[in-house]
Unconditional design. Structure first.
Length: 254
């Protein structure tokens, strides 16, 4: 199974800035051995307006383009929403669902995450399902909280792979990621749950929350990859993590 490295650009980039970033990163990845060998799965999640330029910029690579949200409904009078069907039509293959910011700012909950996951999977879009406790808990309690979120979000979802992004809210934007011993307890528990569900074959468990270089190596295989934020605004930094994932996948020194 390949390693997974993704980034959500949130609302940090203007349109021209995003296009320049896409062009730069696509040029660096077009012949990258990690992608050519299928050993690292890379995804980029821009704003809705930046999706089409991203699809064009990364054409000819295996980089997957995502959306930062997806409508719960299939179609209809839902002003401001974008359906999973339309996202799939233009080339989106992953969708970020249940992020802590959406929960805090827009009162999204496990029930809305479940409806969005179902909508995405109906159209062969893999949810990047964000899970994580709001307050610092023991690793065991954090694993239980993440497992409860997972069960709620996927209870009635169609079959299909998901990318679980474990993002403890207290670590998002912090100076350091969560301790590796904490992360590995949660990611191992989530992996076990996915492995026990035949509907989730091909899924991955990645870590987000002040993630950067060196963390994958420290986790030593206990996470399938990283979900990056502002650190990856520098294309060279983004590539550094992809290089690290490739080194781990090939057994080379990172």
């Amino acid at each position: 199974m390949p390693m997974t490295v993704g980034v959500s650009l949130k609302m940090y980039f203007g349109h021209a800035q995003a296009e320049a970033w896409f062009t730069d990163v696509a040029a660096r990845l077009r012949e990258h051995p990690a992608l050519r060998a299928g050993l690292v799965d890379v995804f980029v999640i821009p704003t809705y307006l930046q999706v089409l330029p991203a699809v064009r910029a990364f054409a000819g690579t295996d980089v997957r383009i995502g959306a930062q949200d997806v409508a719960e409904a299939e179609t209809g009078a839902f002003t401001g929403e974008v359906s999973a069907a339309e996202l799939a039509e233009v080339g989106v293959s992953v969708a970020e669902i249940g992020h802590a910011e959406r929960r805090r700012l827009f009162a999204e909950d496990d029930a809305s995450s479940a409806r969005k996951c179902a909508a995405a999977l109906r159209h062969d879009i893999s949810p990047v399902l964000c899970l994580g406790e709001t307050e610092r808990l023991s690793p065991t309690d954090a694993a239980a909280a993440a497992a409860a979120q997972l069960h709620a979000a996927l209870r009635d979802a169609p079959a299909g792979p998901v990318i679980l992004a474990y993002e403890p809210v207290w670590a998002i934007g912090a100076a350091e990621p969560a301790p590796t011993d904490h992360i590995r307890v949660v990611t191992r528990a989530l992996r076990e749950l996915l492995a026990a569900d035949p509907d989730r074959a091909g899924s991955a468990v990645i870590y987000g929350g002040s993630a950067g270089p060196g963390l994958l190596t420290e986790l030593n295989g206990d996470a399938d990859g990283l979900f990056l934020g502002r650190f990856a605004h520098d294309p060279a930094a983004f590539l550094a993590v992809i290089d690290e994932a490739f080194a781990l996948a090939t057994g080379a020194d990172a």
